[in-house]
Write a protein that binds this ligand. Structure first.
Ligand SMILES: Cc1cc2nc3c(=O)[nH]c(=O)nc-3n(C[C@H](O)[C@H](O)[C@H](O)COP(=O)(O)O)c2cc1C
Length: 428
């Protein structure tokens, strides 16, 4: 499944973040050409035909998102780059910020030309010290040498970039919470509609895109839409960064065609299971994606492929678990996270995640009740679709998946007061 390393060829390099190194590789040539010579509609059309899908989680078609920005309005258009990378199991964007900050800036410039935007914010996860330092250094270098500022590369096109250290909460990665946080308020998601394309940052039209999404854009204009599409699958152009963690021999980031199957990703790229252990379960798209069993891994690692097994590619963070994992304990780790990260705005999410956490804790303590497994599933189902933002769904889907696919482990724990895997109870 060989694919060119569009984004990851320089991950780990000591020099790739410097402007000179990027220029030696033809960096900013595309931004210069597009800004000077290409009409905005043509850029959007090219991104649409390339079938670039958003890499932040939802896989929304990027060209279509850009086309929603009103043309010729009297309000400024903003670009907000989502570099919050809070989805557990996901660790790709920080590598782009650290090793290819200029590639991201170039993608942002091209997006700016396409949607008529002259001011962009990069909202970076607060804990990312080195990525923030590298990004700030890249922005400063780009300003000094005229790749950003009032007259980008002598084209007359103005473009300003601000690096913003994030608020330190998972919810701030949700696009409207991110906008609230950028405006200096608590990261509470907004009701949609209106969508950010019409009413976004400071009430103005705003594009919100993930780091990986934007870093791919210069490759689309350089290669052309058809060649970019061919690197992927029919429904999704380009390469994809997969993050693999957990019980594998070689965890890491792999840039591949989305035609790769999850099984090949684990066995051929991530080195197979650690210590020859038997694979038990895979969370395929960041923590929120419904869990898969070993017999479901011949699935294509694309947005459409994962839908076919009722899961999702999400942020392409695979968490691989071997047979030593007690799924009730794993569920506890997951639900603790969502209960902690729920912003509390919507009752079903705020109360539901708390109830699910308390039920799992009761089971782990050996006091599970016969109805607890069914109750977990029922509470999860009552959260889905009832909240302002998808954090509620993100908390409910893993619970529904775990209970459906590993029901015997939950029922065993409730009945016997101990884990089917370790033979022990866990909580106090
Ligand atoms: C709770 C929650 C957290 C999210 N966290 C992130 C994140 O850390 N990074 C990201 O790019 N998208 C995140 N998203 C998705 C964004 O809301 C949005 O869909 C994305 O930034 C759009 O960019 P894209 O179209 O390029 O994927 C999150 C969504 C939710 C519901």
């Amino acid at each position: 499944m060989s694919a060119p390393k569009l984004l990851s060829a320089n991950f780990g390099s000591e020099v790739s973040h410097r402007l000179d190194h990027y220029l030696e590789r033809g960096g900013y040539d595309e931004a210069r050409r597009v800004i000077a010579e290409v009409e905005p509609e043509q850029v959007i059309d090219q991104v649409k035909r390339a079938k670039l899908r958003g890499c932040g989680g939802a896989g929304f078609p990027t060209g279509m998102k850009w086309s929603f920005i009103p043309k010729g309005g009297d309000k400024p258009v903003y670009l907000a780059v989502n570099a919050d990378e809070g989805e557990p199991g996901t660790f790709k964007d920080k590598y782009i910020l650290t090793y290819e900050p200029h590639m991201l800036l170039e993608g942002m410039l091209i997006c700016g030309k396409a949607v008529g935007c002259h001011k962009a914010y990069i909202y970076v996860r607060g804990e990312f010290d080195l990525p923030i330092e590298r990004m700030e250094q890249a922005v400063a270098e780009a300003y000094e040498r005229g790749y950003l500022g009032a007259d980008v590369m002598g084209t007359g096109f103005p473009f300003d970039v601000v690096v913003h250290r994030g608020g330190g909460a998972y919810i701030c990665g949700e696009e409207t919470a991110l906008l609230e946080s950028l405006e200096g308020k608590p990261g509470h998601p907004r009701l949609k509609p209106p969508f950010p394309a019409l009413v976004g940052l400071h009430g103005c039209p705003t594009v919100i895109n993930n780091v990986e999404t934007l870093a791919l854009v210069p490759h689309i204009t350089r290669l052309g839409a058809d060649a970019f599409l061919k690197l992927g699958v029919e429904s999704q152009g380009g390469t994809k960064l997969y993050c693999v963690s957990g019980h594998v021999n070689r965890p890491g980031i792999f840039e591949l065609s989305p035609s790769v199957t999850l099984r090949a990703l684990i066995d051929d790229y991530a080195g197979g299971m650690r210590d020859g252990a038997k694979l038990k379960a895979v969370i395929p798209g960041g923590l929120s994606a419904p869990v898969l069993r070993p017999d479901e891994l011949d699935t294509e690692g694309s947005f459409e492929g994962l839908k076919q097994v009722n899961s999702m590619l999400g942020s392409a963070g695979l968490i691989v678990m071997d047979e030593s994992v007690c799924m009730v304990e794993a569920m506890h780790t997951i639900i603790q996270f969502y209960a902690h990260e729920s912003c509390g705005q919507c009752t079903p999410c705020r109360e539901g995640t708390g109830w699910m956490r308390r039920i799992v804790e009761r089971i782990l303590a050996g006091h599970g009740r016969a109805e607890d497994t069914a109750n977990l599933d029922s509470i999860a189902r009552k959260i889905t679709g009832t909240t302002i933002c998808p954090l509620g769904d993100a908390a409910a889907w893993p619970v529904m998946g775990f209970v459906e696919k590993f029901r015997d482990e939950f029922e065993y724990f409730c009945k016997n007061g101990r884990s089917m895997v370790s033979g022990e109870k866990v909580g106090a």
